[in-house]
Write a protein that binds this ligand. Structure first.
Ligand code: NCD
Length: 335
């Protein structure tokens, strides 16, 4: 796949080779993210960071990734403070804002909105989440994390067994991650959710067509021989009513004793975050915070590397990053 000048809208754009390219470039970003070196390869470039839906880590890590490559970030946050609230079309907003930026990252509550926006843009657009549809950069950072965790244990992505738990209907991260995983060989999926929040049929069909083994259950039961346990949040903002969402709150908890009961000692715990830590939800308990297999903060750190890689590739500077680097003189606890 050619990256330069391309939009990143869906995981359907990727094959195994392009994923490997992203992983290789992400690995090369480590010294910059660890503050051992700095690079000015994107000096003068501007990222338009448009977030029309709530976000902390995706928005800030896109911005941080761009800054770490030496570029500047202009941010628009919230629908009500933008001209979309005055009835402007996504096409017009894109046409205008792409005149002010070299690349755009965008999140929006409607499925398909980022692709529609991209049609009006004169610069590459990266999808930071479009409604319940897709979240390609999260899926890439999740896959990058899975790969690293598997390599650490001497394994690989091929042949893994992953349990996905919670809101598989509205959770865009599990949609995109499932599709990326389906590019690998013999992946086993155990999908655990209430019937009403099950994985969409279209994705199940794709997994089936690619020959993967899929088990669907409504409860966490017995002992599961899984490598990865991927927990999710009930996406309450996508339900018709809060009352409807409340029915599922707290149904899928994970804490130390539940983990020990159902998972093997090597099972890696992942979550795209934010985790709902309210007492009546508590989907990923603080009593797992010090667990060595809890990979949630490794995921968030990896998000910067993967987003740096995507910026470098889409702006065509991936081979120039070290040419523009210098030493770092300040103290950093990350090194
Ligand atoms: C996820 C999202 O926004 O889809 N968060 C994220 O980007 N890391 C998951 C969620 O909000 O539950």
């Amino acid at each position: 796949m050619k990256f330069e000048g391309q939009h990143i809208l869906s995981v359907a754009q990727f094959d195994r080779d392009s994923i490997q390219t992203i992983f290789n470039v992400a690995d090369q970003m480590t010294p910059y993210a660890m503050r051992r070196k700095r690079t000015k390869v994107l000096d003068g470039a501007i990222l338009g960071n448009l977030f029309f839906e709530a976000s902390t880590r995706t928005r800030v890590s896109f911005g941080t990734a761009f800054n770490l490559l030496g570029g500047e970030v202009r941010e628009t946050v919230g629908m009500s403070s933008s001209a979309l609230a005055k009835g402007e079309s996504l096409f017009d907003t894109a046409r205008v804002l792409s005149g002010y930026s070299d690349i755009i990252a965008m999140r929006h509550p409607d499925s398909g909105s980022v692709a529609e926006f991209a049609q009006g843009s004169r610069v590459p657009v990266i999808n930071g989440g479009d409604g319940a549809n897709e979240h390609p950069t999260q899926a890439l950072l999740d896959l990058y994390t899975i790969n690293k965790e598997q390599q650490y244990g001497g394994g690989s992505i091929d042949g893994i067994h992953i349990a996905m738990i919670g809101d598989l209907k509205y959770g865009r991260t599990v949609h995109s991650l499932s599709r990326l995983l389906s590019l690998f060989n013999n992946v086993k999926f155990t999908l655990i959710s209430p019937k009403e929040l099950a994985m969409p049929d279209a994705i199940l069909k794709d997994l089936d067509a690619a020959g993967h083994q899929v088990t669907i259950t409504e409860q966490l039961e017995g002992s599961l021989d899984v490598d990865i346990c991927y927990q999710t949040r009930i996406q309450e903002e996508r339900f018709e009513s809060q009352q409807e969402a409340n029915k599922y709150r707290g149904k899928f908890r994970l804490n130390q004793s539940i983990y020990t009961k159902h998972f093997k000692s090597k099972t890696v715990i992942m979550h795209p975050l934010p985790r709902d830590s309210r007492a009546d939800a508590n989907e990923l308990d603080n009593d797992l915070n010090m667990h060595p297999n809890l990979a949630i903060f490794r995921q968030t750190d990896n998000g910067v590397l993967v987003r740096m890689a995507l910026f470098a590739l889409t702006l065509g500077v991936e081979k120039l990053v070290s040419k523009y680097d210098t030493d770092v003189h300040w103290y950093s606890s990350k090194r």
